[in-house]
Design a protein around this ligand. Sequence first.
Ligand code: 3PG
Length: 402
Amino acid sequence: MRILTLDDFDTKGKTVFLRVDMNCPIDPANMKIIETSRIKESTDSLKDLEGAKVVIMSHQGRVGNKDYTSMENHAKVLEQILGRKIKYVEDVIGSDAQNEIKNMKDGDIILLDNVRLCAEENYEFSASDASKTIMVTRLSKLFDLCVLDSFPSSHRAHPSIIGFAHVLPACAGRLVEREVRKLDEIMTVAKGPHVVVLGGSKVIDRLEAIKELIQNGRADQVMLTGVIANVFLRAQGRIKFPLGIKREEEVVQKAHSLIGEYPDVFSVPVDIAVERNGKRVEMDVRELVKGDSVYDLGPKTVEYYLKSIQGAGTVFMSGPAGFFENENFKFGTEELLKGVANSFATTIVSGGHLTAALKRYGLAEKINHISTAGGALVLYLTGTKLPMIQALEEAAGRYGTK
Ligand code: 3PG
C-alpha cells in the first residue's frame, strides 16, 4: 500500500483531525438513527488514538434530503459504543469550534456538527483548491495530523476529504486501511463470471459507475433491484408512468443507452410485490399502475437471479432488494443474501442496509467482505482512483514515514 497508516505516527499528545463517515440511515419521522454500523466502524481508529486530542468530522445526509440532520445523536451513539466521553460541538468552523479545539486535553474527543452545514463541503475541488477553502485554512492550523477514515465518502472531492491532507501530514484510519487491503486482496483473486446485484437509491451515482464496471470486466451480468430496476423498466417501456425520482428523464435516457450498448448484461425484475391495504400483493411488472410503491421482488425474479448467483465466480451485491425492514417485504433481500452467502463465489456485500440485513439473518460470517461503502465501493471496483486515496498517496509522497 502506498499510503501511510496510524502505525506510521506517534499520536500521543497530538491534535488529530479525524474524518469519518457516520452517514447513517435516519427515520424521517423522528430523525433518529436507524442503523449504526458506520458509527461502530469508526471506533477502531479512536481506540488507536487514545492519547491524542481527537476532533471528529462527519457528514449526515445531504442538504435538502430527508436524512440531513445534526450530529448530536451520533455523538450519543458513539459515546455508548466506545465507552468514552464524546463532546458534541454545535459548530463546524466558527469560533465556538475553534475555541473548543484549542482547549482540548490529551484523551479528549469532540465531534463537530454536520460538515455539510458549511457551503464549501457541498462542492468538489482539486486538492490544492480544497486546501485553500475557509474550512481548511481556518482549522488546519489547529491540527498536527489528518487521519482520513471515511471510506464510504472517499469518492467525494470535498474539502474535508482532500483539503486537510494537502497541507498536513496525513494517513489512513483503520477502516480505510482494512477496506483497501481486503478489496485489493479480493480483486487480485476474483474470478469470473462477475455477477453484480445492484440496487440502492443513488441512481445517478450507480449509472455512472456501472458502465466502468462492465468495461473493466467486473460485471458480466448485472441483476437490478430497487429504484434502479424501475428506471431500467421505464427505459424498456415496461413501466409506462413517471417514477417521481430526481432527474428522471436524464437517468431513464442513460439506462436506455446502457441497455442498447450492453443488451446481454442487464436483468430486470419480471415480477414484483407492492403494498395494497397494508398487504403484500405480487404481480407481473406490466400490471403495475401509477401510485404503486414497489417494495420487493417477486418469486420468479428471485429464482432467476439466484441461478446467476449460483453460477458466479464473484458476486458483488449493493443495496437491498426491497423494504426488508417490513416482514411482508423481506423476501427478496433475504433470499438473495442467502444465495450469495451460500454460493461458492467470492462475495462482497456493501452498504449499511445490507450489513444490517446480513446480521439479522445470521449470514454475516459467510460473506468474504462486508464493506461500509456504497457508491465509493462501486467506483473502487472499477479501478477508478478515488479522491481520498489519491490525497493519501500524495500526502505519503510529501511527508514520508515519520
Ligand atoms: C454514502 O452513504 O454513500 C456516503 O456517505 C456518501 O454520501 P453522499 O452520496 O451523500 O455524498
